[in-house]
Write a protein that binds this ligand. Structure first.
Ligand SMILES: Cc1cc2nc3c(=O)[nH]c(=O)nc-3n(C[C@H](O)[C@H](O)[C@H](O)COP(=O)(O)OP(=O)(O)OC[C@H]3O[C@@H](n4cnc5c(N)ncnc54)[C@H](O)[C@@H]3O)c2cc1C
Length: 386
């Protein structure tokens, strides 16, 4: 049986960034990915390092603010061009209530080091001359980051491997062996491994693995679709979204949380048609493509003449309280999970370092109790980790 200090399941942003930080600290790390690097939700996402749309608690703000700062040097550190760039974000305001809400949010964010403001319709027209502004009241404006999510995944994987992490693709975890309160073996079709810590970072598929050890986490999944257009000359100059995206999708079986990211090659990444379903699949639908195209052409009428070239979909996990799940599973001593971050790309550079510290038995600079899986299992005393 091959033995490692830490075995990570899942080759998305969580697993890869954790593998990088662990390997960099000299920890013997193995990462098992069921398919390819970034082939889950990470490689399919819009690549936005969001700045202003998350929870306003101190912990989340620190992760996002400091994570965005860390991204400024991470690309160089990983020695791989993953198309990191800073870009203006405009969240379109279409209701008075949202203007009030975002005025308050902007004050908190700005005071916390994430400068955010509201611009009026005239300024919005200047910033985005091809946008149809009928019915709009202005926009939330801030600066965020953007990257190529597949290249970011590969950058993390290669840098982790350079520090000695073993990364095995096409290696789905198929079984866990548990003795007492410890996971003692991890199985794939071909091999059996043992590790001091088993870290499950399989995104929407977390329960498919923790369940093998008798642990069911209370995560739900939504299903989101996106499409990419053919390249066109620049006519959209910012990342665009709607300020009420959360309110638009909340409690609906199907809804579009409209967003556009202009890509460096001139194509436009258009998202997100969201369906609430427990079914974990990557199929896109005729409804999703049509609904996103309608929303996009409603805001930018010239898009009626632009072709969509590819559409896809992935699930995203979310906890019932909409907080991340990061930490030790209380039922076992050496099972760590990380999933359901809301602003994954922004937070992951900092969070991964903190997770690596926790996995090595150290305290992170800020306690992550708020994210502990144990909050959903109040009867079980919190495990001490390793
Ligand atoms: C359309 C869309 C747009 C998005 N846009 C953004 C954005 O702009 N910015 C942002 O921050 N977030 C965005 N998100 C959310 C973001 O993509 C996710 O939060 C993030 O990718 C989750 O990363 P992860 O590592 O937890 O999961 P994943 O990337 O899904 O990784 C989990 C991995 O585990 C693997 N796996 C599954 N089962 C097993 C097994 N048995 N054994 C081994 N491996 C297994 C999977 O193949 C997968 O590769 C978006 C999501 C969607 C759907």
């Amino acid at each position: 049986m091959q033995t490692y200090d830490v075995l990570i399941a899942g080759g998305g942003f969580h697993g890869l960034a954790a593998a990088y930080c662990l390997a960099k600290s000299g920890v013997r790390t193995l990462l098992l990915e069921a398919r390819g690097i970034g082939s889950g939700t990470s490689g399919a996402c819009a690549g936005r390092a969001q700045a202003c749309e998350g929870h306003l608690d101190e912990l989340n703000i620190a992760l996002v603010r400091d994570g965005l700062k860390a991204h400024e040097t991470l690309q160089e550190e990983l020695d791989f061009d993953y198309e990191w760039r800073k870009v203006g974000l405009l969240l379109l305001l279409r209701e008075e209530g949202m203007v009030r809400l975002w005025s308050e949010r902007s004050s908190v964010l700005t005071a916390s080091g994430i400068p955010t403001g509201i611009i009026d319709v005239q300024s919005l027209r200047k910033a985005e001359p091809n946008l149809r502004t009928d019915g709009l009241l202005g926009a939330v404006a801030c600066t965020e980051g953007t990257l190529n999510p597949l290249k970011f995944s590969l950058a993390l994987a290669r840098a982790a491997a350079r520090y000695g992490a073993q990364i095995r693709r096409d290696s789905p975890v198929t079984g866990l062996e548990v003795q007492g309160r410890r996971v003692t073996a991890v199985k794939t079709a071909a091999e059996t491994y043992s590790a001091g810590v088993v870290a499950v970072m399989t995104g929407s598929w977390v329960n498919e693995i923790t369940r093998m050890a008798g642990v069911e986490l209370p995560i739900q999944n939504s299903h989101a679709e996106a499409f990419i257009t053919e390249p066109i000359p620049p006519r959209i100059y910012h990342n665009i979204g709607v300020a009420d995206s959360y309110e638009t999708i909340y409690g609906k079986s199907h809804a579009v949380a409209f967003g556009i990211v202009p890509e460096p090659d001139g194509s436009l990444y258009v998202s997100e048609a969201v369906a609430s379903t427990g079914d974990l699949h990557d199929r896109s639908t005729a409804w999703g493509l049509a609904a996103m195209a309608r929303a996009a052409a409603g805001f930018y009428p010239f898009l009626r003449d632009v072709r969509a070239v590819r559409t896809w979909a992935r699930p995203t996990s979310i906890a019932p309280d909409e907080e991340p799940l990061v930490g030790w599973v209380p039922q076992l001593e050496n099972l760590f999970v990380s999933t359901s971050l809301l602003e994954t790309i922004s937070a992951i550079p900092v969070l991964a370092g903190w997770m690596a510290m926790m996995i090595q038995g150290q305290a992170p600079p800020r306690p992550l109790d708020r994210y502990a899986p144990g909050r959903f299992f109040p009867g079980i005393p919190q495990g001490a980790g390793r």
